[in-house]
Design a protein around this ligand. Sequence first.
Ligand SMILES: [Mn+2]
Length: 458
Amino acid sequence: MRLAHLADVHLGHALMNLKAREEAVMKTFKRLMARVRECSVDAVLIAGDLFDHARPKTEALDLAVRELSRLREDGVEILAVSGNHEVRRRAGAISPLRVLERAGLLRHLYYSPGERTHEHRLEADGTTACVHGLQYLPKRDFIRESPRIRRTFRPDPEADVNLALMHLALPDTIPTESEVIEETYLPEGYDYYALGHVHTPRLERTLHDRPACYPGSPEPITFTEASEDRRGFYLLEAHPDGEVEHEFIEIEWSRGLTTVRVSGDGWRERLEREVRRARRRTRYGGPVVKVVAVDVGASPDEIERIAERAGAERCLIDVREREEGDAPEGEDRPEDLTEDRILERALRRARRARLRDSDVDDDLVLQLMRRMLRAVREGERLDPGDLIREFKRELLEEDEGEKDGKDDVEGPEEDEEDPTEEGPERERPSEPEGDRRDRRPGPRPARPGGQSSLDQFL
Ligand SMILES: [Mn+2]
């Protein structure tokens, strides 16, 4: 039996609100699906985050319906679990996967205590495979439910092959340890763990001594993720003796995201050269270029003009006085206002303050945060609340994206309460990126009385 295992497509995602980026994500998905069809698979496993949002854009839904229909017409079975971007955010809301299931396009697998909604059996080529699907759960809920999950997720002894389809981060896959689910909480006995959540392509681990693989995002959705060129999905060959072979199938992606670093003498020429090279490399959706300019003595506007003249479709300019981790010692700063503390609070606050949902890129958030940090370094004694309000204003001005109907959404409260913070808040799941180093999650004190109902994540 042949299966394709894919994950983290994020249909509808538009980096920096760029139509070109939204289209690149869609186009790469089309290419991926074309390649899946060529592989003549019996079934497709989607390990979460097919959509970027629990209420996907119509264009994203339309594409998913078209592509999945084509597979269904070929008799291919499609099984999917919800990722953190698809889980319900309020009572009565439904996962977009459930809509596709009602349309007969896929089988939506999820864990619901006491029910058998998590399992589905496949048969092809004289092989029986049982697939068990577990949607994304916040770590707190996962650990609380773990004993029941481990009892519920038992391999089917009558199936030749047992596959687990899950959306979660294993240890050593992302830098944010606070999100990681350790092996001891996870179900045992499966022949292959088809995972989603970590966007790094072709990330292979073992779980209970069996292969546990992340295909990663077919099209990178941030600059950081774009550093890896080999993207695609896994082709699985399940044998009657329980062996599951996995092979990573590469597809072409847009190559529309590039980071260029310049510093020192001759930076203008180097910038032009690198942007022209990025332009040649780009197949579609760009080139969108992030310029990290260290100590060049030029304004962001000037840097942007040079990059755009050389062919960048859009730029994100990050001007630094020195490389990160290079800060000179002995600078005056208020002792209760360390840089780490400000960065932690600002990024956390941004995640909760609807900014993430307006598709503002983290790189832009960090750029603004660095600018504020400079003000602090220069000795201005600013209240973090003021800093954050200023930064939020700037971001919201910068982002003219659609916001209709988003105000009434209430997310499960994930973060600790901070009495100095007010205003509408909602949680946006953080995006794990295997190679991201500039995030330092702060300690997470227990939140008094907070319980998010598991029901929200079905
Ligand atoms: Mn994802």
